[in-house]
Write a protein that binds this ligand. Structure first.
Ligand SMILES: *Cc1c(COP(=O)(O)O)cnc(C)c1O
Length: 451
């Protein structure tokens, strides 16, 4: 029988995260203070973040040890399986070999607990007892709520209002884990009240929800803030995905020619790609990296690389990233997790160095790919993950046209069980493609801060 899946034993769970900052041919641009526009130091971030996480944010050490307490929890669902998508290959009639790393086996259904667990752990260990955060579609909120529950931390989640109303089950899940979930914009913060005053009907955005969560942490000494993507330490925690994939592909006797991932803030993409990119930068094999983003939020393909704020109310430091402008309010397309205005500085830097490609795909093609995948492989991908599936299918079709037997690896970062409304709308023909208009991009970019 030909193997369909590659499983690693528990003792293969990575002991260290891989830090790409150690192997960058040129260092990341500095993070700037929002007031002075000078590079910030660790003390500027201390009111918001755990000390250990701030250390990881700026570390250039190549391997960073994963604490035992964190590994004990990750062991519950890691190592995650790597599958050879033989039935999908057959359905596409492609000579390519397609592998996917399946991150949907975590308790909350996505890759996010890879970072929510260490973030909750470090805060707990440093004596913090309350965490604030934001969530778009609810995957991050539920993953952090789960981790906070495990360490007995109170968790306050600002959920983008449109998702809060559309996805009651995600909110219910957060509440089961013991979190308090508030629709954003809300009247519980100054930033929220200001936005509601200007626009009482505002349905929210990630940028607004971040402002509310950051404000709560800044104003309350007992509360710290956690972010589910974008930051260097988050990408670091996600590298367990790629480290395991390297070992699993070795078991399969293969190495990828191309790796595909979907990008919202960039963390799952970085997680699967960076360990392979590190090998390449240290003289190993070449590999193409392809980031797939929604055409309705085309951060890498249409946003310039510029210093920008991480949130709408401009409470965060300035980071250099591909951005559509911090005032960007995306259309209500069905991949809540991919609606952030910026892209992780590390992913932006990799892109600038020419080490990664980017592709924007419309939602109808993504859902069609998700359905093709579900019918062949049995797994229903999260709407976000369908972007990676669509990118992998495009690569497989290219291999067919060119008659090439390439190896494709993609990250299947979460399941779609809480997103069946999106599939229902798709099947009923209610979804439309939406490309973010150039005029709106120009307008948002005109408001970029000067740095
Ligand atoms: C949050 C999320 C994303 C987007 O975030 P990244 O940081 O780009 O990974 C994508 N897919 C799923 C399933 C998510 O939960």
């Amino acid at each position: 029988m030909k193997p369909l899946k590659y499983l690693l034993p528990d003792d293969a769970l990575p002991t260290h995260w891989y830090n790409l900052q150690a192997d960058f041919p040129e260092p990341l641009p500095p993070v700037l203070h929002p007031g002075t526009r000078e590079p910030i130091g660790p003390e500027d971030l201390a009111p918001l973040f755990s000390e250990e996480l701030i250390g990881q944010e700026v570390s250039t050490e190549r391997w960073i040890e994963i604490p035992d307490e964190v590994r004990q929890i990750l062991l519950q669902w890691r190592c995650t399986p790597l599958y050879r998508a033989r039935r999908l290959e057959q359905a596409l009639d492609t000579p390519a070999k397609i592998y996917y790393k399946w991150e949907g086996v975590s308790p909350s259904g996505s890759h996010k607990p890879n970072t929510s667990v260490p973030q909750a752990y470090y805060n707990y260990k440093e004596g913090v007892r309350k965490i604030s955060t934001e969530t778009g579609a609810g995957q991050w909120g539920s993953s952090l709520a789960m981790a906070c529950g495990m360490f007995g931390l109170a968790c306050l989640v600002y959920m983008v209002k449109v998702s809060f109303n559309q996805k009651p089950y995600r909110r219910a899940l957060m509440e089961v884990y013991g979190a308090n979930c508030i629709a954003s914009p809300s009247d519980t913060t100054e930033s929220g009240r200001k936005i509601l005053h200007d626009d009482p009907e505002c349905t929210g955005s990630l940028g607004i929800a971040i402002s509310e969560a950051v404000e709560i942490a800044a104003k309350n000494a007992d509360t710290r803030y956690c972010l589910g993507s974008v930051l260097n330490h988050v990408l670091l925690h996600q590298t367990v995905i790629g480290i395991e994939s390297l070992k699993q592909l070795e078991m399969a006797g293969d190495y990828p020619d191309v790796i595909v991932g979907c990008t919202g803030g960039g963390s799952n993409y970085a997680g699967i790609c960076f360990p392979f990119l590190g090998e390449k930068l240290r003289g190993g094999r070449d590999v193409r990296l392809v980031a797939v983003e929604p055409a309705a939020c085309p951060t890498l393909t249409k946003g310039p690389l510029a210093y920008d704020f991480g949130d709408t109310a401009h409470l965060t430091p300035l980071v250099k990233m591909h951005t559509l402008g911090s005032g960007f309010v995306p259309a209500g397309f069905h991949s809540g997790g991919l609606r952030y205005h910026g892209m992780a500085p590390m992913v932006s830097h990799v892109h600038k160095l020419g080490l990664s490609e980017a592709l924007a795909i419309n939602q109808l093609e993504c859902f069609a790919s998700g359905v093709t995948f579900a019918r062949a492989e049995g797994i229903v991908p999260a709407p976000e993950a369908t972007h990676a599936v669509a990118g992998a299918i495009r690569e497989a079709n290219r291999c067919k046209e060119e008659g090439r037997e390439e190896t494709i690896l993609f990250n299947l970062c979460g399941h779609g069980h809480f997103d069946m409304q999106a599939y229902m709308d798709y099947q009923a023909g209610l979804l439309q493609d939406y490309e973010h208009p150039e005029e709106e991009i120009a307008l948002a970019l005109a408001g970029l801060p000067s740095a």
